[in-house]
Design a protein around this ligand. Structure first.
Ligand code: TYD
Ligand code: MG
Length: 451
């Protein structure tokens, strides 16, 4: 017999409570509790698969299946996954609606099918016809994949058990429902139950399941961060609608580093891998123009060269205007204050606009020095040498502080053909790079002397 009762769940973190609460005691968000019916099966907790007495195992008896990885044929995706798809894992791919999650995974399926992997694409959002139309746009290796349009997870489960695919895509988890769970598809209860069903299926059958999850306005996969702790790997697909590049980022990975990113570009024929993001980001950079400075930022462990632009001009208002696109506004104000106070530049009479070209969002302190250099260059109307890159953190007294992974950044500059790097003096002593001039600076004043 099944027994129905209701409970209250926090929409943000999935915390369960017997009564309604104004504030969640776990994530401290207000007004996030929703009531949901939960149906508990009263049939005892017997391991329905084995029915055996459970035992623990010795660590030395366990064989590592580290080598049981399937490469997707998409280098950027493999990198983010930690070197390919791990058999029997559950991967969540989150992102805003329309960012390209379905495209990415369908492309992966087509590439895998070309390698003889048996894939099943379950869509609760699109009909087979729509998926076919999308597949026709993409570069298709011509090998077949299986499609199943369904939102009832029990039926999906049956199909998976019958067809025994190696890889399953669930597009999207918010459309799936289990009949024995009373709440609506997309609700905390449903998402949690359907994910746990898929989790069991993945572990028992040794197949890899990719779950697509839409992100809500608040930036969490609808309702449940519950989902994040249930799955093995969480990837987020990010990007702006106006710019065509997309970044795939690992937020959690039980089988690899979370420092990796994959860069893609959305084109007419689907997603193209961008294997040299630096070159991509610097496309269209003006030469010998004041206010444009190239720096090297880190995305995970990956150095990416980007152009920082500043425009400083006399203000017509009592209060000067400042805007920053792609970087922190408060940081810009702070840097302007440092320049004003430590160097004596009369910036309070000037508007300042700072922009990280290409639509990237960088919140790394190493960007400071490039912002300062761009502002000075624009203020003095003097271009910064084209073959120079600048990076370093700026402190409140105008000192330049060391940044992490300087050698990575310098090597990227070398690779991209730059001749000179201006960097924090403190970073110099651990660096041994040939073929490029390194100039250490310890204060903004010494930066100005060099520029
Ligand atoms: P989609 O994968 O449907 O997004 P999601 O599943 O994350 O909601 O991608 C939708 C967008 O991608 C859509 O606006 C059109 C664009 N797109 C292309 O530019 N080129 C293509 O080849 C494809 C398939 C989609
Ligand atoms: Mg989609």
């Amino acid at each position: 017999m099944a027994k129905t009762k209701s409970a209250f769940f926090c929409k943000e973190c999935g915390y369960e409570s017997g009564k309604w609460l104004g504030q969640c005691p776990v994530c401290h968000q207000w007004d996030t509790f929703v009531e949901e019916k939960i149906t508990k099966s009263t049939a005892g907790k017997v391991d329905r698969l084995t029915g055996e007495v459970a035992h623990s195992v010795l660590l030395s008896d366990v064989t590592s299946n580290e080598h049981d990885r399937i490469t997707t044929g998409m280098e950027e995706l493999d990198r983010v996954l930690g070197g390919g798809i791990v058999k029997g894992s559950l991967v969540l791919v989150g992102g805003d609606p329309g960012i390209g999650k379905s495209t990415l995974l369908l492309q992966m399926c087509l590439a895998l099918a070309g390698d003889g992997v048996n894939v099943l694409y379950v869509s609760g959002e699109e009909s087979p016809g729509q998926i076919k139309m999308r597949a026709d746009r993409l570069h298709n290796a011509g090998k077949d994949i299986r499609l199943f349009s369904e939102t009832n997870l029990d039926r999906v489960e049956t199909v998976i058990e019958n067809d025994k695919p190696d890889i399953v895509i669930i597009d999207s988890i918010q459309t799936m429902y289990r009949e024995d769970v009373a709440s609506a598809p997309g609700s905390v209860g449903q998402v949690r139950e359907t994910t746990s069903t898929l989790m069991k299926l993945a572990k028992i059958m040794g197949i890899t399941i990719f779950i697509i999850g839409h992100v809500t306005k608040e930036g969490v996969v609808a309702g449940p961060r519950v989902l994040e702790h249930m799955v093995d790997t969480v990837l987020y697909f990010e990007g702006e609608n106006q710019v065509s590049y997309r970044i795939l980022r690992a937020v959690k990975n039980r089988f690899g580093s979370t420092n990796e990113i994959g860069v893609f570009e959305m084109c007419q024929k689907g997603l193209m891998e961008v294997s040299n993001p630096s070159e991509y980001m610097l496309m269209g950079k003006p030469e010998e123009e004041a206010g444009s400075v190239v720096t090297c930022a880190l995305e995970g462990t990956r150095p990416i060269m980007i152009e920082v632009q500043a425009l400083v001009c006399r203000t017509n208002f009592n209060l000067p205007r400042r805007t920053s696109a792609g970087t922190d506004y408060n940081r810009l104000n702070l840097l302007m204050a440092v320049l004003e106070r430590r160097i004596g530049m009369a910036l309070s009479g000037y508007d300042a606009y700072v922009n990280v070209a290409g639509g990237m969002k960088i919140n790394e302190p190493s960007l400071d020095l490039a912002i300062i250099a761009a502002i000075i260059s624009s203020y003095k109307n003097r271009p910064v040498d084209n073959n120079t890159i600048v990076f370093g953190e700026v402190g409140l007294t105008g000192e330049i502080r060391a940044v992490s992974q300087a050698s990575n950044r310098v090597n990227e500059a070398l690779k991209m053909g730059y001749k000179r790097v201006i960097l924090p003096k403190a970073n110099l002593k651990n660096l041994d790079v040939k073929g490029i001039t390194l100039e250490g600076v310890d204060s903004i004043r010494s930066l100005i002397d060099i520029l």
